[in-house]
Design a protein around this ligand. Structure first.
Ligand code: ZN
Length: 375
């Protein structure tokens, strides 16, 4: 029957068009600390417990409401994990987004300890202020609980300022998406969880540096402030915090799906799915449409490997480009982005990516059409 075949044609066309994006989106939820590493302490509430409760609630919400998302936890119980374990779990799961959940605190001697409040979300980057550095150092100090940490982290010293700077580059390729998600999280922390907004910040967290995907670290609120501690320790508070993260994630995912669909649309116009028109029940009109589009606009794609991004323009000989040449650059959202290679096919770009990954762990493929980045 004609209708059935027509339906079949549409179904197959849709499946092919979305085939590339059919893999589930993987979100990695990381409850900070755990086991012998308790994290920051309130009078009664411990950071590791708050982090885990919010992480599990967030994961449950996603699993319940978003069937096309796979949730991976770094821990689901009160267990100790090294920072490297966490990043490894995330990388192995080929995560599309990494969310590390923490609870903030000020040092015992700090006079603002009982009054400070608010939520902040960190992406990896240079430290804008000493405050941010202090938080990064505290979260990273878990390393010293591990044996041979100097060997494991290749000389990384959690107490040295310089060590943090080194890690900026490996995350910079995902900076834009990380900042996008972080901004959505902050908005939600205010509107859904009633938190004070302490903003999107940048700091050198090791756990973020080692994950090769967009990644953020949230500090839910200050456990050293008794009022905030009560909120953090309560079921109602934890539910609100998890809901905030869920809402932000849902919006972020929606935006990223739209981007993928737009790129697929461009590809379709390029005539890559023309083969499907050979179905006999396909009307002459439809076939003509495909052919006409193919003839009139034929965007040519150029596939490049993006290495990193920076705020300042780098010279071609800059050591951060690790000797690769020639390196092209383009500017997007106030950042200079550096690319290597210029290929006609995705396969050729993937070959280059494999080689470049040894030097630039976070490198990925970008697609240009008429000089404009489309993916
Ligand atoms: Zn923490």
């Amino acid at each position: 029957m004609a209708i059935t075949k027509r339906f079949l044609f549409l179904l197959i066309a849709v499946l092919i068009a979305f085939g590339v994006s059919a893999e589930p989106f993987v979100v990695v939820i990381d409850a900070g600390h755990g086991g012998k590493d308790v994290g920051a302490l309130g009078r009664k509430v411990r950071e590791k417990d708050v982090n885990l409760a919010v992480a599990l609630k967030l994961g449950n919400l996603i699993e319940e409401k978003m069937q096309d998302v796979k949730v991976v936890y770094t821990r689901k119980t009160d267990k100790y994990l090294t920072l490297q374990d966490r990043a490894q779990i995330a990388n192995k799961a080929k995560g599309n987004l990494f969310i590390s959940i923490h609870t903030n605190s000020l040092a015992k001697k700090n006079k603002k300890r009982k009054t400070i409040k608010g939520a902040s979300t960190y992406t990896l980057g240079l430290h804008r202020s000493d405050d941010n550095l202090e938080v990064a150092m505290r979260e990273n100090s878990v390393i010293s609980l591990e044996k041979d940490y100097e060997v494991t982290y290749q000389g990384f010293d959690p107490n040295s300022t310089e060590s943090y700077i080194i890690f900026e580059i490996s995350q910079s390729t995902h900076m834009e998406q990380s900042v996008d998600f972080a901004s959505r999280v902050q908005k939600e922390f205010v509107s859904t969880a009633g938190r004070v907004d302490r903003g999107v910040r940048q700091a050198g967290f090791l756990v973020l540096a080692r994950t090769s995907m967009p990644a953020v670290l949230v500090e839910l609120d200050f456990i050293c402030n008794p009022t905030q501690e009560q909120f953090l320790g309560s079921k109602a508070g934890q539910n609100k915090l998890a809901k905030s993260l869920f809402n932000a994630f849902r919006e972020y995912k929606k935006a990223s799906d739209n981007k993928v669909a737009a790129v697929e649309g461009v590809r379709k116009k390029a005539g890559k799915e023309v083969e499907e028109t050979s179905f006999e029940e396909n009307t002459a009109d439809e076939t003509e449409d495909f052919v006409a589009e193919q003839e009139t606009e034929e965007p040519e794609f150029v596939y490049k490997v993006q290495l990193m991004a920076s705020k300042a323009r780098l010279s071609p000989k800059d050591s951060r480009l690790k000797g690769l040449s020639p390196v092209d650059s383009y500017k997007e959202n106030g950042l200079y982005k550096y690319t290597y290679g210029s290929e006609d096919t995705m396969e050729a770009a993937q070959e280059i990516l494999r080689k470049v990954k040894k030097k630039f762990e976070g490198a990925f493929i970008v697609v240009f059409s008429n000089g404009v980045r489309v993916k």
